[in-house]
Every structure is written in C-alpha cells, then in structure tokens.
Design a protein around this ligand. Structure first.
Ligand SMILES: [Zn+2]
Length: 164
C-alpha cells in the first residue's frame, strides 16, 4: 500500500517538474496563472522583448511591411510565439500574400491562437493573439486562399521560427 502511494507521489512530483521546465523555457520569470496561461508584468515583458517586439506584441503595434525576417522565409518548420514559445503557425500553411507580412491560411494549433474584434483605426478587423501569453500577433482577413479562405497576416517579430 505504502509502495503504491510512493509511486503516485513520485509521479505527481515528476509532472510538477515537467510543468516547471515548460514555464522556464517560455520565459525567464513566466509563471502559470490559475488558467494555465502565462502572465508576466509589463516590466518583465520589457526586459525580455526588443523594443520593437514590445511595441507590436504588447501595444498592438505593426512592423513596417517588408521589414520582417520571415516574410520570404520558405524553410520547413514551425513558427512559435516569440513571447512564450507555443506553436502558432506552420510552414505548410504559409503563402506569399504580397502584403509584406508573413501570411498563413491556417493556424498550427487552434487552441494556441485566439481572435477578437478590433475596432481601432476606424474599421472593424479581427485581431489575432497568442492564447497562451496574450501577445498581439496580427490580424486575420477573409481574402486568403483555399481551403480556408483565410489570411492570417502576422508580424515577423512576434514569431520564433524553428526548423524541423
Ligand atoms: Zn505566446
């Protein structure tokens, strides 16, 4: 009986360690909130991101079209969130929209990306954010290619590309 209990305790501890390791990878001081999502103070974000990343990801900014690292990146791999590391988009779903921003017709993992209505600049658009850390990523438009007809227009600075 005690032996079984010991195994269970060990498993729980192991799971806790794994979770810790995940958080540490996501960001130096990132902590898990009750929802399982990463929450950081604005000071932490400022220290971890470049000024341009901070402006785009935390202040809903937009990088200059054509200026980003990944606009013409054609390598195979996954585009992870630059704020927390979760997978957001895949090279298989990337296409050249001619907009000057990396464009995707679908997301890698639906649960890692959230969308919300953005009424700034006098027009209604759909903002795209990282579901895990709340960072702004870009916008999604309904003029993309099939099979979805969607165009996720994403700032390069919000992405961290990893080859396969
Ligand atoms: Zn994130």
């Amino acid at each position: 009986m005690m032996k079984t209990l010991g195994v269970i305790v060990a498993m729980v501890l192991l799971a806790a360690c794994r979770q810790q390791a995940f958080v540490r990878r996501g960001g130096a001081e990132g902590k898990m909130a009750m929802t399982g999502k990463i929450e950081k103070s604005e000071a932490q974000w400022r220290s971890e991101l470049t000024p341009e990343q901070y402006h785009v990801m935390r202040e809903q900014g937009t990088e200059r079209p054509g200026s980003g690292t990944y606009v013409h990146n054609e390598a195979d791999g996954t585009y992870n969130c630059a704020g927390c590391g979760v997978a957001l988009f895949k090279s298989d779903e990337k296409f050249d929209s001619g907009s000057g921003w990396p464009s995707f017709w679908d997301k890698a993992n639906a649960s890692n990306v959230v969308e919300r209505t953005d009424s700034s600049l006098g027009r209604v658009r759909t903002e795209v954010l990282c579901a895990n850390c709340g960072s702004h990523l870009g916008h999604v438009f309904e003029d993309g290619p099939q099979p979805t007809g969607l165009r996720y227009c994403i700032n390069s600075v919000c992405l961290d590309f990893k080859t396969e």
